[in-house]
Write a protein that binds this ligand. Structure first.
Ligand code: ATP
Ligand code: MG
Length: 534
């Protein structure tokens, strides 16, 4: 603590000289000022660790110095020096934040003791401050690292924080594999960019050492000509080094920085592990999408062949079919159609998952689209003697969407209403304009008086392959993909979908689609790749 710097402020040259001589003799560094103004100037230029402050001085007195320090949130400890009888001034200075006081004439032993104790308290406070700042920084780092699932970003963030803390001249961060460092981020490397993978040997790295360490670095191995030390931070998880940070420094790091880096390494290990898990899940999902796409593609040709053969058989030219044969042909035809529908649904999902799903957006007349869908479903609705009522307001504005996809949404919802409603029951379709924060929408509702959906099942209704486990549902054809695709199709066209349902009473599904506007971007026909559908 004796190398601390003490600023002596007194208008009495004799006191200044005596104090300076004694304190320097004790090993302190000193600076002197003959009044408050000079003291503040000196202190602002080069901060003292402690100020010995006289109270009564010309130009700027001790009170003013205390006020200024407080205004500048400067916490340097101040020991005020004053005649013993001037108690009110001492008290006032203490109120203004002075740490301690000493009475004149000054007793050396007492002065040293007070200086020592004030400096000790200051060192303790400084350490606390540093620890607090470090905790704050670590929290910030933790948050930043947790918000990314990208390995390159984790490496870049880790390297940035490590460099900031150590003042490294240059650094690398990357993954370890095949005896090489696969560089994901680099900074300050003087020889320009390094290759993406550098053999660990070339960097004088060794994964046998799994602790943080620093060692002198040879000029031909360093990343920066002024670097003399290399610090290596292995980033481990389950005792395997997956990543590494390499920092080249002008001088070795202190212990505080090393323990900070160790903590940083712990955070980075968790984040890079998460990023790897995410990347693996993405890769597995892509592999699944590619496999589904391949299977669906391979099914199409044989399906088409079966379908064509069935049509040929149905034609009388292929010979008269018996009633039994006709029944079997009908079963084949029906089953082929089901598989074909499934391949089309799987194609949609694959396109959505891989970002290749395209929409062709135009202005559409909703009543026409609804009428076309209803016409195609009329026969099966009629077969169950259900009453379908379409009630659309005559002044409905044009909507902005993809005609084929809008028809698909309506088909799925009306077909569900039809399938999960008993014979002779009612299905209603209506629409109205809804003003929402995001703009004007037409909201279309498909209401049935069917079996309804329990609140437990409602939670899963938009999940892939979900079907309610009930006899009435099992009797109906379906894969459980309809609502999953429907939701994504609605959202890809900037709408929203929802429903209300009561068991035994029926369900009401509703979705919105934007109103076509003539004075904004919605006006023109566009083709968009519906990344939003992901
Ligand atoms: P498909 O993929 O052929 O549409 P699906 O109709 O079974 O098959 P979804 O449309 O996704 O699949 O519906 C999922 C499940 O939600 C249905 O199996 C059914 O159990 C329930 N469900 C959907 N719509 C209704 C409805 N209107 N009334 C009652 N239950 C419904
Ligand atoms: Mg369905």
């Amino acid at each position: 603590m004796t190398d601390s710097k003490i600023l002596i402020v007194d208008d009495d040259v004799f006191i200044r000289d005596v104090l300076q001589t004694r304190l320097e003799w004790e090993g302190y560094h000193t600076a002197v000022a003959e009044n408050g103004r000079q003291a503040l100037e000196l202190h602002r230029q080069d901060k003292a660790d402690l100020i010995l402050l006289d109270i009564n001085m010309p130009v700027t007195d001790g009170f003013e110095v205390m006020k200024q320090l407080r205004a500048e949130a400067d916490t340097t400890p101040v020991i005020v020096m004053s005649a013993l009888e001037d108690i009110p001034s001492i008290v006032h200075c203490i109120e203004l934040g002075a740490e301690d006081y000493i009475s004149k004439p000054i007793k050396s032993q007492l002065l040293y003791a007070r200086i020592h104790s004030s400096l000790e308290k200051k060192a303790f406070r400084d350490r606390e401050q540093m620890r607090l700042a470090e905790l704050k920084l670590l929290r910030q780092i933790d948050r930043a690292l947790h918000t990314t699932l990208d390995l390159d970003e984790v490496a870049a963030l880790t390297l940035t924080y490590a460099q900031q803390k150590t003042g490294a001249l240059a650094g690398l961060a990357g993954s370890v594999g095949d005896n090489s460092l696969h560089i994901r981020a680099q900074t300050g490397v003087v020889d320009g960019s390094l290759d993406t993978a550098v053999p660990l040997k070339a960097l004088a790295l060794d994964i046998a050492h799994d602790e943080i360490r620093q060692q002198p670095v040879r000029a031909n191995e360093s990343l920066h000509p002024k670097a003399t030390f290399r610090l290596v931070l292995p980033i481990r998880r389950n005792n395997i080094i997956n990543d590494m940070v390499v920092l080249d420094l002008a001088e070795p790091c202190d212990d505080a920085s090393l323990s900070f880096l160790q903590q940083l390494g712990t955070y980075a290990a968790i984040s890079s592990h998460n990023a790897r898990l995410y990347a693996n899940a993405q890769a597995a999902n892509l592999a699944k999408s590619n496999f589904v796409a391949m299977v669906s593609h391979e099914l199409k040709n044989p399906l088409a062949a079966v379908q064509t053969s069935v049509h040929l058989l149905k034609r009388t030219s292929a010979g008269q079919l018996s009633e039994k044969q006709e029944k079997y042909i009908h079963i084949i035809d029906d089953s082929v159609q089901r598989i074909r529908n499934l391949t089309l649904e799987l194609d949609d999902i694959t396109r959505m998952d891989t970002g290749h799903f395209k929409l062709s957006l135009t202005q559409l007349n909703l009543p026409t689209v609804v009428a076309n869908v209803v016409r195609l479903l009329a026969q099966q609705i009629e077969a169950k003697k259900q009453q379908l009522t379409v009630n659309l307001p005559p002044d409905l504005p044009l909507v902005y969407g993809d005609e084929q996809r809008l028809s698909q949404i309506l088909t799925n919802l009306i077909s569900n209403a039809h399938k999960y409603t008993g014979d002779g029951q009612e299905i209603k379709i209506d629409a109205h304009v809804a003003e929402q924060e995001a703009g004007r929408f037409v909201q279309i509702t498909v209401q049935d008086s069917g079996i309804g959906i329990s609140s437990e099942n409602q939670k899963h209704i938009f999940s892939q392959f979900f079907r309610v486990n009930e006899a009435m549902v099992r009797q109906q054809q379906g894969t459980g993909l309809g609502l999953y695709i429907t939701k994504r199709l609605v959202e890809a066209q900037n709408g929203q979908i929802g429903f209300h349902s009561t068991v035994g009473k029926g369900s009401r599904f509703f979705f919105s689609i934007p109103v076509a506007m003539t004075d904004n971007g919605f006006a023109s026909d566009t083709t968009v790749t519906a990344a939003a559908a992901k």
